[in-house]
Design a protein around this ligand. Sequence first.
Ligand SMILES: [Zn+2]
Length: 287
Amino acid sequence: MTVTWLDTPVHGLAAVLKTPAGKVYLIDTGGVRSQPDYNAGRDAVSPFLKAQGVTEIAGIVISHPHGDHYGGAEWLINNWKVNAFIDHNYEGRGQTLSYTRLRGLAVSRGGVHQPVHFGDVLDWDPALKVEVLSPPKEFLDPNSDPAKVSDHGLLNSNSVALRVQHGKNVFIFPGDSYGGTFEKHIKTNVPPEKLKANVLTANHHGFNPGFDFPKMVMPQYVVASCVADYPGNANTPYPCSPGDNAIKVYGAIGAEVFVTAFHGNITAVSDGEKVIMSKQHERAPAP
Ligand SMILES: [Zn+2]
């Protein structure tokens, strides 16, 4: 199994998972930008797949309906054969019409819509066990969260979180879920031994690793998908670098941390026994 987290010049997450049998699944599709024009589906995912000789996409998983995760999907659905569109089928607070339309587009172009929730096991490859850790079918309730999360936070918390096991190796893809109701759900419903992972995609790009999640997972390797710096605004603790935050938090518990903004495309190769990580380039020295 090979997983590549693509480095994109706009904020987002796009990971390409190739199963041992050669099927390709996308875990999110990256973001888009109008000026200058950039579409992660067209400009990062598609060229990468073509260079690998891929001819069809077995499935696109959209962790949650935010543009930095589904932005590249429309272009891919219109230009590739996409056999399945996998999401949690959320229709509640914060959901946008453009995302609901995207789901419809995937079906009208011949894909199967596959809604997934906690406890589901996905049939991707006989050599893999792919399990959905979150969200539960009834979704996580923001009113039980002391922070009374915003619509934005509600969608993040309800990300599709996947656990992919290949032999002895475990990969966890938590989307943008972190903290609060998400950690409560995980602690209540997922046995601790199931959370230990070799490779973790940093929750929420590295901005918010969560309160207890890093120690629950104790990853050997962490990949943060982000751009280098985020400018400030009145409501957020910016300016900041989620990549540096991930290096600090996960480095402190012994993980080796890879950041797309610093290292380019990041690749993990699993043979079922060990994981070999590689990066496109070293981090440029500070100017
Ligand atoms: Zn995001």
